[in-house]
Ligand binder design. Sequence first.
Ligand code: KG4
Ligand code: ZN
Length: 338
Amino acid sequence: MSDDLTRILAIETSCDETAAAVIAGGTTMLSNVIASQTELHARYGGVFPEVASRRHVEVIHAIVEEAMREAHIGFGDLDCVAVTRGPGLVGSLLVGVNMAKGLAVARNLPILGINHIEGHIYSLWLTEEAPHIRFPVLTLVVSGGHTEMYLMTDHGRYELLGAALDDAAGEAFDKVGRLLGLPFPGGPAIDRAAEKGNPAAFRFPRAVMEGGHGYDFSFSGLKTAVMRQVSQYHSPATMPTADLAASFQAAVVDVLVAKTAAAAEAVGATAVHIAGGVSANRALRATMRARLELPVRVPPPALCTDNAAMIGAAAHFHFIRGRRDSLDFDVVPSLQLV
Ligand code: KG4
Ligand code: ZN
């Protein structure tokens, strides 16, 4: 079978989205189905692991069936099953991995266990810009659990240039969202609230830029500074929420853009890719594009946050290079890319 006809069923259950997708030729989405649990977790103000894994169990079969139905193919038309094996919540990962293993055995299909971060990186191959991608590419992965900058020199080859020393960017958005009394998850809520705010209203710290730790990031001092400011107000009603949201967001974006620009120049990257949930942030996209001369590529919003299509895209490049995993691989909650 030629590479372009390779069809992969991908499953992603690393956190609170139950997702399945069918990818053809690595770049074409025949289907991409996502059941979000956001509403289920909103009452806890964060993802509740036990609740997440139970919900995955309840819906995974229906989601996989839906992905196959939308792709208009049968299991006999598949070449491979791919699944996220880490990083993520152990109970959530196990549901997807066990489902994938069951399918691989029952349908006699090869299986690939994929790194979730590599999935985010490959979300860029699902965009119409995919044919223009040339290595080396500087990729910034900014999600709820990760803030990492990689130099990607070829398919599957990464050098870690920098990472969050404390809170990930998305985690900072979610924590500050809670401080500001915004709904969970904080990232999209701050993005919306910031629209009506003044980003220069408060001068929050750009810690790592001023401290100068190479390409690493630190957002916990920023979160503390917002907390200190919030404590000045006697009630939520008197709090300038939009200004606080815009000023916090500007501080995060400034650091991400400054570090990315410096790294991209230092390593001679052909382009900058941004992936992961926080790459949906409109200020981050706009500022990165305004300040960098290189092409800046970002997936459409639906492919920024967790999905299975990106897992299928990453799996494709392993599959066509001959990789096959044995059925006894385990989930790895703290799996590293490099
Ligand atoms: O990639 P993702 O769906 O899950 C992880 O792998 O962590 O990322 C989720 C994170 C959350 O922290 C959420 O608040 C953040 O992405 N996020 C955003 C936006 N949309 C999602 N952060 C800032 N602005 C957004 N528009
Ligand atoms: Zn993710």
